[in-house]
Ligand binder design. Sequence first.
Ligand SMILES: O=c1[nH]cnc2c1ncn2[C@H]1C[C@H](O)[C@@H](CO)O1
Ligand SMILES: [Zn+2]
Length: 360
Amino acid sequence: MNDRPSLDDIRRAPKVLLHDHLDGGLRPETIVDLARDGGYGDLPTTDPGGLRTWFAEASDSGSLERYLETFSHTVGVMQSVEALTRVAYECAEDLAADGVVYAEVRYAPEQHTTTGLTLEQVIEAVLDGFERGGREHGIRIGTLVTAMRHQARSMEIAELAVRYRDAGVVGFDIAGAEAGYPPTRHLDAFEYLQRENAHFTIHAGEAFGLPSIWQAIQWCGADRLGHGVRIIDDITEDEDGVPELGRLAAYVRDKRIPLEMCPTSNIQTGAAKSIAEHPIGLLRRLSFRVTVNTDNRLMSGTTPSREFAKLVEAFDYGWDDLQWFTVNAMKSAFIGFTERLELINGVIKPGFVELRGDRA
Ligand SMILES: O=c1[nH]cnc2c1ncn2[C@H]1C[C@H](O)[C@@H](CO)O1
Ligand SMILES: [Zn+2]
């Protein structure tokens, strides 16, 4: 009875999101409002519909560097406590409306201080929005604080991740252009976090290949990989077409290191050619700890449900697959074991049972 889940069905399924950027998920209407209120005059258009199209098209360049340039406009309007709280609140509302029950949402506090906010004010404003949005719309959101890999503030941001760990910050990340900025550039921050028993993920294996993944895991001790798609470069086929894992790929699979895959984003930045050719198909067949994510809902014109729907179409996935991805994500979250288990057994599994019952 594994009939093909439709987009509507998928929206009703309980979902878990581990890789979503706060500054990549604004509503176009909100960008226009905030630009007007904050005196930001550089938007390419002030028509919300036109802005939605502009972001989708400008992000479709095939280059991560060009993709990242579009963030100047979202970051540009997120420079006050009110703006940050509103964006975080709406993020919670939008994810809950799409059926997400648990999300980890990330952003780089250091990018939101251009008009004088302190890093603490930025973090507290976002936590405030997530807390209220989460409470009112029935979704649990954990924050990941990101340091930009081309900057030199990772230690400072890592210290804040630890300071705010009991207030809703559940982990740390580095993001930004990957080529030329290896993870080991921030080794001191990662070593500090490990000593503090804190969690972190690293964007690796997106615009740069295996050396980046290897450093992220074996030098820096990443708990998860942001994207990690290029792990495919360490998998070959023998003469009978049977996949053979190199040592790094085998390590990632054996240690159950979660891969935060973001199919649509990968096509826009050139990390994958198409959904049908996306490495997620093979990695799922080989039972890597794969999870499905949005990266930037605005830039990619996507939602968690749409990412799943595209995979259903490309790989003929059924409910078993969608539940498997979802449980994988929940197991890989940075909140404590008991809470993860409660969400798996109390929310995710019953939610899928109910959906399948409705369709039987
Ligand atoms: O997919 C990505 N790779 C690397 N960096 C990214 C990606 N998506 C967003 N970012 C950057 C741009 C944002 O301003 C920053 C913090 O969310 O993270
Ligand atoms: Zn990302």
